[in-house]
Design a protein around this ligand. Structure first.
Ligand code: NAG
Ligand code: NAG
Ligand code: NAG
Length: 405
């Protein structure tokens, strides 16, 4: 990954912090501005069936159209062991192929120039927590030279869900937030991702949706359920990678801040990020949150309702935003799945498998997913369902190139 990204106008800093490996990939602006003649040379950037290896036995356009036969065929292949083995890109491939960076970028069809002036003028800052092999597929899908990336690589290949619920998950983003804010004043919005996210929109669509927010932020921020209040009214203690309830009462939040409920995924403007780094109330809230359970599920949601934070909304419940109305992330929880028209259901049933009550999308989920407004979906796993990832990346690339025409 490091070698793959190395190029003349790129520098990298490696440092060992908190027992994890942090890689900062800091890119400055491309030398050449966007040139309309690029549109004449895009053809080779299309992903072809050959790029997907044996995945070519699937008909992606039929799957995306929701055709039953194609979906069933994909499902059948997905549960076949031999098929799985044959489509995985082994680590050895990456280790060898990235020896020659230029060739790697060419053969993997990385976009090495902005696809439009509009996109070049709207750089984004990405903070990515990686603990999973799918990372290269995600990076390739979101990569554009005008963006800035901060990548936190977790030393453990499988992040334990427990510590995921504690402070270190937030600290990973906070470290990246500090670095991304310092490295450039050019980027307009900040988006945090993990290795199992995948875009549902092209970069141009993302840019246009962000511009339509008119400086606002888009993240879940709602009333906190009473049942969850013990998560921050009592001290929690991380011991040996485990988070424990202690029964010791905490002080109330600083500045009488009202705690709201949300999730770890945010789409926020540069001013929000400045507040995270500089606002006294936010800094006190961050300190206060360090011994709570799952601070990522209230910290951003709470900052989003603080008066004066750029792009925030008033604390009144009329401004509550659910995960379905925010564009940050489409996550399907098992208990909200069901038939359209039923009172309880929020979304159709998962067509993949559930991991810790969250849907790992299958090819059969794609048609519904791309119709949603959300910029990214979670979870995708190229090992569990390689067809879902392949068809989605192919669809997005085709669409991005079609937007050039
Ligand atoms: C894939 O499906 C589409 C319709 O959904 C069809 O028009 C096309 O011919 C199919 N392609 C192949 C190779 O079967
Ligand atoms: C290693 O990568 C080079 C291209 O960078 C390729 O020519 C060669 O065949 C690869 N070797 C193996 C064992 O895959
Ligand atoms: C947290 O854990 C440490 C070591 O395991 C222990 O010394 C400390 O007393 C614990 N704190 C609370 C509030 O239980």
């Amino acid at each position: 990954t490091i070698r793959m990204l190395r190029q003349r106008r790129l520098f990298m800093k490696l440092s060992l912090v908190l027992g994890s490996l942090w890689i900062y990939v800091l890119l400055d602006h491309p030398k050449a501005a966007w040139d309309p003649t690029y549109r004449l040379m895009y053809g080779w950037l299309e992903y072809t069936d050959d790029d997907g290896g044996p995945v070519k036995v699937c008909n992606c356009s039929a799957i995306l159209d929701g055709e039953r036969e194609a979906r069933e065929q994909a499902k059948l292949l997905t549960i076949t062991k031999d098929f799985h083995k044959s489509v995985q890109i082994p680590d050895e491939y990456y280790i060898n192929a990235t020896q020659d960076c230029r060739n790697f970028k060419r053969s993997r069809k990385y976009l090495t120039f902005p696809l439009s002036q509009e996109e070049e003028d709207f750089p984004l800052a990405y903070s990515i927590v990686v603990h999973h092999k799918n990372f290269e597929r995600l990076l390739r899908a979101i990569y554009a030279p005008q963006h800035f990336y901060c990548i936190h690589v977790d030393k453990k290949s499988d992040a334990s869900v427990v510590v995921y619920s504690a402070w270190p998950r937030v600290q990973a983003d906070l470290n990246c937030i500090g670095d991304l804010y310092k490295i450039s004043t050019k980027w307009k919005y900040f988006i945090n991702l993990c290795g199992q996210d995948f875009p549902l929109k092209t970069n141009l669509e993302i840019v246009r949706m962000l511009r339509s927010l008119n400086g606002g932020n888009s993240l879940e921020s709602e009333r906190m359920a009473d049942a969850k209040r013990s998560r921050f009214s009592y001290v929690h203690n991380i011991t040996n990678g485990d988070i424990q309830f202690t029964g010791v009462l905490k002080e109330p939040p600083p500045f009488n801040i009202q705690i709201l409920s949300g999730n770890a995924y945010i789409v926020v403007n540069r001013g929000f990020i400045r507040s995270v780094l500089e606002d006294k109330r936010v800094l006190a809230l961050i300190e206060w949150s360090k011994d709570t359970y799952s601070p990522d599920e209230f910290l951003w949601a709470t900052i989003q309702r603080l008066p004066g934070v750029p792009g925030s909304t008033w604390p009144n419940p009329k401004y509550d935003m659910t995960d379905m109305s925010a564009i940050a992330r489409m996550v399907k929880w098992v208990w909200h799945e069901g038939e359209e028209g039923s009172e309880q259901a929020v979304y159709p049933e998962c067509q993949g498998d559930h991991v810790r009550a969250i849907c790992v999308y299958g090819a059969g989920d794609l048609q519904w997913l791309i119709e949603q407004r959300h910029l990214f979906g979670n979870k995708f796993d190229a090992e569990r369902d390689p067809i879902a990832v392949f068809c989605l990346e192919k669809y997005l690339r085709q669409k991005a190139l079609a937007e050039l025409r």
